[in-house]
Each structure stands twice: as C-alpha cells, then as structure tokens.
Write a protein that binds this ligand. Sequence first.
Ligand code: C5P
Length: 218
Amino acid sequence: SESLLVAIDGPSGSGKSTTAKLLARRLGLGYLDTGAMYRAATTEYLRRHPDGASAGEIAALVSAADIVCETSPEAPAFSINGRDVTDEIREPRISAAVSEVATNLEVRRLLTGLMRGVIDAHGRRIVVEGRDITTVVAPDADVRVLLVADPAARVARRAAEVGDRATASEVTDQVLRRDKDDSTVSNFTDAAEGVVVIDSTFLTPDEVVDRIVALAGA
Ligand code: C5P
C-alpha cells in the first residue's frame, strides 16, 4: 500500500511519544521511538564503560552493537546485543547520560542509518518520533510535525510520568538540562521549512492526533 511516513520531532515532555503511539494505532502504522535507540546505546556504554570512554570508543561500541527495535505501538521494545533493555532505558541514570551519546556525530550517523533501515522495512508506513526526524532522518516524510509545549507543562507531564521514582528537581533537570545539551548538536526547537508546528500545551493527546490525521489526509 501507499507510503505514509509521519515524522514527529519535539523536546522532552512535548507529548511526542503519547501522540505518536496513538496516531500509529489509529492509522494502523508502525511506531519507532528513535530516542529509545540513543537510550539503548547508552545502557551498553554505561555497562561496558562505567568510568567513561572516549568519543571513538563510544562510536566503536555502537558500530558493533546489534540493536533490535520492536515497532508495535502497543508494546514497543528494544534490545541491544541480545539484552532486552525496554525498562532499563527509562531509568534516570540513562536520561542523565544519553546526551553524551547523542552528541557523538559518528553515533548519530550510525543510528540514522539504522532508523532508515527500519523505515524501509515498514514500506514507509510508520510513525517515527525524535529530535531530527523532520530534518535529517526523513526530511522527505509525507507528514512532518514539530510538537512543542511550554516548559512548565513539559516538566509537569514528565513528573506525572515518573511518579515517585524521581524528585521534582531531578525531573526539572532532566527536561530543561536535556533541552540545553541536545541543542548543542543541532537545532531541535525551530521548525524547518515545511514542518507544521503544533503547540500541545492546551491540547489533549487525542486533539493533537486529530490534527495530524487531518494533515495526513487519512
Ligand atoms: O525522546 P527521548 O527523551 O527518549 O530521547 C532521549 C535522548 O535521545 C534525547 O535527549 C536526545 O539527546 C537523543 N535523541 C536525539 N535524536 C533523536 C532522538 C533522541 O538526539 N532523533
């Protein structure tokens, strides 16, 4: 059937994952969380090099890694070198270290290639969420959305998600410091030409999905 590649970018807490999963279910598409791929690489990095490693060592480790992504919106799952890391990738220590891996340009090149392989394996019928999907991974996507929300709303959403697994200041740090760290590698906050900005601050996930479905003409 026809290609329906939906690219959704946005910062932490913008509602990307919730929206992308709902949209994939509604349209019967696959779902790829590219942040989870950077997180999976980070679990392997911290496991093998608890005391840190050079950029070259991190890139070599990712280059040799076997990263497998389960792309069902119902139960997305990730493994690296045969180890299921679906739960581990959400731990605060991974969120705290992921920017070091994500700012490694060789790692970005490797994971971008992997992402494009997943997209092709789905016959380009997939929702892909991340930071650089509309600009680098799939600038030719059928629908390109930048999801934004006020920082206070993003912190509140992340806090509700993590519950008592993190303190308020840890959550604020996770969201706001990661905005800053992520911005050192490229511009994740301004929409590229042709990308539709949706502000989710005052919208429910279903309302955001309705808008993207309308853009997709589906
Ligand atoms: O979306 P999530 O918060 O899980 O992403 C984790 C991290 O992965 C981000 O903070 C960012 O450093 C990195 N990332 C990226 N490019 C993407 C997706 C995520 O650099 N396409």
